[in-house]
Design a protein around this ligand. Structure first.
Ligand SMILES: Nc1ncnc2c1ncn2[C@@H]1O[C@H](COP(=O)(O)OP(=O)(O)O)[C@@H](O)[C@H]1O
Ligand SMILES: [Mg+2]
Length: 389
């Protein structure tokens, strides 16, 4: 029997459309001889849909029509079977549309990639590919991620962080905090957005004010760090899990603006998402720097307890030669398949490994104890129902 793979995509995120592109690339790369592919599209309002029409990118131009030709579903766990049922229920039709054996999340951004979708799949007990709840959440949060990486001795830029509420109530304190710890030029980022949204640089206090106002519109937590002026950016993907993880070749994305923008990343060749962005591949850097970046990429991936395929982005300060981990994308655009093709692994092989890693994690998880079969509320005369709390 073929395994049913649910490819989950979309969601309430500014990167919704990028996710559609990434997911359709994945859907068309999975080996159909081994797997039944089930698209599960999450709308911007959080409704779940399935249906064959969701597999064609052209259909997304008229979303109302696409949804009217697809089926809205709810997913439930029936004695271990993960069943998709048509919603709303109809007395005239059998609502059961099929089952899912494993999920492949291909979502980007807040409310989905950050552990939300992963938590939903955990609750339903559906095996899923990629990072777990913790690593997804850490990967999305620029502050928490830096704290963990710094503690693990990995190189990150010095930073200052605070709640945006404090910026509004105590701007003098925030300026003092930033300027006592960091030198201009600075770069200001919302803690958890992506695709360069809400990020600006500041060469002086006036620009800092604007940058802080802008970032505050996107997150209630803000991070400010030193801006690397003589900058080179290098990305490296990692595939595996806590036991075994391999780095891909490195790429150097090519930007047309001061900082790598949404436009650079996605709008060069609209329908190709991240795989259509301009890049130097492999990156033209010395071998020892490639080796260092690959080593740091694997360490970052494993310290954060990542699984599946991630992309770790680095900043190189051309003046000092220092390499910094900038961020991890726990579900990278186009799943970084172009980096793996350049490393000698086809997109189909990549999706195969992701599914197998998901099943491996589930087998390991099944050996852990999550609950006891005894019901302490059914125990009589031992004070069971009184408990200790
Ligand atoms: N410390 C920095 N110094 C210089 N440029 C930076 C720095 N941090 C980020 N950038 C630029 O801003 C872009 C977006 O920042 P990043 O931290 O990667 O956020 P996002 O999650 O939105 O991709 C980077 O690709 C890089 O071009
Ligand atoms: Mg980035």
């Amino acid at each position: 029997m073929k395994i049913n793979v649910g490819v989950f995509f979309g969601g309430r995120s500014v990167e919704h459309e990028i996710s559609i592109i990434s997911a359709l690339q994945v859907i068309h790369s999975i080996d159909r001889n081994k797997y039944n592919v089930v698209p599960v599209y999450i709308t911007k309002r959080g409704q779940f849909y399935t249906g064959n029409d969701l597999e064609d990118i052209q259909n997304y131009k008229d979303l109302d029509r696409l949804l009217s030709r697809s089926k809205q579903i709810v997913i439930t766990n029936h004695d271990g079977e993960k069943v998709m049922t048509e919603y709303p229920a109809s007395i005239f039709r059998k609502g059961r549309l099929g089952t899912l054996d494993v999920a492949l999340p291909v979502v980007h951004g807040t409310n989905v990639e950050d552990g939300c979708l992963q938590g939903y799949l955990e609750m339903l007990d559906i095996p899923y590919a990629g990072c777990n709840v913790l690593s997804s959440a850490l990967g999305m949060d620029k502050i928490a991620m830096r704290m963990v990486l710094k503690e693990a001795g990995l190189p990150v830029l010095d930073y200052v962080w605070f709640y945006s509420k404090r910026w509004f109530s105590d701007p003098t304190g925030v300026y003092a905090d930033i300027e006592s710890k960091l030198d201009y030029p600075l770069i200001v980022k919302p803690a958890n957005s992506g695709s360069s949204v809400g990020i600006t640089t500041a060469d002086n206090r006036e620009e800092l004010e604007d940058a802080l106002d802008l970032a505050s519109r996107f997150s209630n937590r803000i991070i400010v760090e030193h801006k690397v002026v003589n900058l080179r950016e290098i990305n490296c993907s990692v595939l595996g899990d806590y036991e075994k993880a391999l780095p891909s070749v490195c790429e150097e994305p090519i930007s047309t603006e001061k900082i790598l923008s949404y436009k650079d990343k996605y709008m060069n060749e609209g329908s190709k998402g991240m795989s259509g962005a301009a890049r130097q591949l492999p990156a033209n850097i010395p071998d020892d720097q490639t080796a260092l970046i690959q080593d740091l990429a694997v360490k970052t991936f494993q310290v954060l307890d990542c699984s599946g395929v991630s992309r770790i982005d680095f900043l190189i300060d051309g003046d000092s030669g220092q390499v910094y981990v900038n961020e991890i994308n726990t579900i990278p655009g186009s799943l970084s398949f172009y980096l793996w093709e350049a490393t000698g692994k086809s997109f189909t092989e990549l999706t195969e490994e992701l599914i197998q890693l998901a099943l491996k994690r589930t087998r390991e998880r099944d050996n852990l104890v999550f609950s006891y079969d005894t019901n302490i509320l059914a125990m009589k005369g031992k004070g069971g129902a009184k408990g200790l709390k």
